[in-house]
Ligand binder design. Structure first.
Ligand SMILES: Nc1ncnc2c1ncn2[C@@H]1O[C@H](COP(=O)(O)OP(=O)(O)OP(=O)(O)O)[C@@H](O)[C@H]1O
Length: 253
């Protein structure tokens, strides 16, 4: 089972933002989307989640996904999780299973949601309203909700952007486990290239809405690619596991 994206095109009005994007995201792997501000990462993830009109075909295991399949099989967490809401933290996580909730909660589901919150140390916040917790805590709550859905495909837009260093590592460790253990297909937009190198199985570079590079970190995170995609000069070294580490030096013309 893998996630196939064929000739995906997205336009806002007459402005083309994603052009002819083709890729295959394997089962049980993390694919990280990288690229400069405005490169099209969020637009691509939103289109895959069925939230932006697009042209092209997306399929899982060869079967093209209808808009209904997209909603059922794909979970998506946006970049901006700010919310004025009187929903509590526990209610937000439970909404992850909205599709299977009736008038009464199925037995045990609240306990499962609490256990999910506990993974990121959030259980004590269960009764707080969404607007009574910090930005990083809100990002963790929405991440917990997306994981609680147990989707086949999980799309996360900059899931560690609001998190401290420890929580960045905890979240990416957890995502790697979910991918490996459940076979979940995970796609992330990321700006931290070193974390992408450490955790992603594949990196896809977007430049002006076009796929500019794809493959393992060591092939994508090269000085030439970073100059072309970000307009920077960078020093690349290999760590003890032969993964590239990027040290940005200066912006270039
Ligand atoms: N709703 C919209 N209407 C019109 N243009 C948009 C809209 N949303 C995004 N764009 C444009 O589409 C392009 C891609 O934006 P997108 O948000 O996908 O980039 P990104 O790679 O996620 O950037 P960032 O790293 O800043 O989050 C940009 O030029 C942006 O200005």
């Amino acid at each position: 089972m893998s996630f196939h994206i064929k000739n995906l095109n997205v336009a806002y009005g007459s402005t083309q933002v994603i052009s002819g994007f083709d890729d295959i995201w394997p089962k049980g792997q993390i694919t990280a989307l990288i690229g400069c501000n405005g490169a099209g990462k969020s637009t691509l993830l939103r289109a895959l989640a069925g939230l932006s009109p697009m042209q092209g075909v997306i399929s899982v295991s060869g079967g093209a996904l209808s808009p209904e399949d997209q909603r059922r099989q794909i979970a998506y967490m946006p970049q901006d999780t700010s919310a004025q809401s009187s929903l509590t933290v526990l209610e937000v996580v439970l909404l992850g299973r909205l599709g299977s909730l009736g008038l009464r909660l199925p037995a045990g589901i609240a306990e499962q949601a609490m256990a999910a919150l506990d993974t990121f140390g959030l259980a004590s916040l269960q009764s707080r309203q969404l607007d009574e917790i910090s930005g990083g805590q809100r990002q963790l709550v929405f991440l917990t909700q997306a994981l609680f859905r147990q989707p086949r495909v999980l799309l996360l837009d900059e899931p560690t952007a609001a998190l401290d260093l420890r929580h960045q590592l905890l979240v990416l460790d957890r995502l790697q486990k979910v991918a490996r253990q459940n076979g979940t297909i995970i796609g992330l937009a990321m700006h931290d290239l070193n974390l992408a190198a450490q955790y992603a199985d594949r990196i896809v570079g977007l430049n002006g809405g076009v796929k500019a590079a794809a493959g393992p970190a060591v092939e994508v995170l090269t000085a030439n690619n970073l100059r072309a995609m970000y307009g920077i000069e960078a020093r690349i070294t290999l760590d003890a596991h032969n993964q590239p580490q990027v040290l940005p030096i200066r912006a270039v013309e």
